[in-house]
Design a protein around this ligand. Structure first.
Ligand code: ATP
Ligand code: MG
Length: 241
């Protein structure tokens, strides 16, 4: 298997301002971006720059979107690797594969985004051999993270931070938590989603206690259905006339 085939090349442009973030998280990301913009000046004073960040929390609340927005804001390429696709039948191969990806990201000064980060370190069954190999893989990853150059940014995402080996989680200088949106935030999100549609489609029934991604799907489903009904009604009128 060629590991580079598993890299997702995503060129979607996302702005940090389009991500609904709580104020503390937003501030942390803005600071992170500024640190990288001023990296030369900061390192002149021996100041370390944060470059290993763990994005954790609920599905559909903006982890991937934020990673793309950060890369975009820095004008860097983003290399996206889903670790669940990488942990191959032979874990020994996985170490080598990961090393190649880290090397590529460092060489290209890209943003490396490892999604489903909890897939590493999770014991797969009770097979002693697997457990041993997984432990070696965790050690490899720890080394890769430790030697990852400051100029490159490593963003990792997980929905299950609690199952990650603490030896890995403590490598991250920042851990940022993405929470399910409350009613007020979702209302603001619905407003922003609906603004571009004609008035008659904006009055959809709003659902709460769901993620941003679910709210978006829900809205678009209703809008499509209303739009199609309107188009069909027009067609029928034509036939009658
Ligand atoms: N905070 C947010 N602000 C604005 N839009 C959002 C936000 N979170 C999610 N969305 C919308 O939902 C889509 C999916 O979100 P995203 O892929 O970033 O979630 P995620 O946290 O990475 O989820 P998963 O854990 O399932 O990978 C985004 O492309 C965007 O359209
Ligand atoms: Mg994601």
């Amino acid at each position: 298997m060629n590991i580079f085939d598993l890299l997702i090349h995503d060129v979607e442009k996302v702005l940090l301002n389009d991500v609904f973030l709580d104020e503390t998280n937003k501030q942390q990301f803005v600071q992170l971006i500024k640190e990288h913009n001023y990296i030369q000046e900061l390192t002149k004073y021996g100041l370390p720059v944060n470059n290993k960040i763990l994005l954790e929390g609920s599905s559909g609340c903006g982890k991937t979107m934020t990673a793309k927005a950060i890369a975009g804001a820095l004008g860097k390429n983003i290399l996206i690797l889903n670790l669940s696709n990488v942990v191959s039948a032979r874990i020994g191969e996985t170490s080598q594969n990961l090393k190649q990806v880290f090397d590529k990201a460092a060489r290209e000064k890209a943003v490396l985004f490892l999604d489903e980060f909890d897939q590493i370190g999770k014991a797969r069954g009770n097979d002693d051999k697997d457990v041993g190999e997984m432990r070696r893989l965790v050690n490899t990853l720890i080394q890769l993270i430790d030697y990852y150059p400051e100029k490159s940014l490593l963003l990792c995402a997980t929905n299950h931070p609690e199952i990650i080996d603490p030896a890995l989680t403590r490598r991250f200088q920042l851990r940022i938590s993405f929470k399910m949106p409350g009613i007020k935030t979702l209302d603001a999100y619905y407003n922003s989603l609906l603004a571009r549609f004609p008035q008659q489609f904006q009055n959809i029934e709003r659902k709460y206690n769901i993620s941003f991604a679910e709210a978006k799907d829900h809205s678009f489903t209703l809008i499509k259905s209303a739009l199609i009904s309107e188009l069909e009604a027009k067609e029928e009128q034509k036939v009658i006339v």
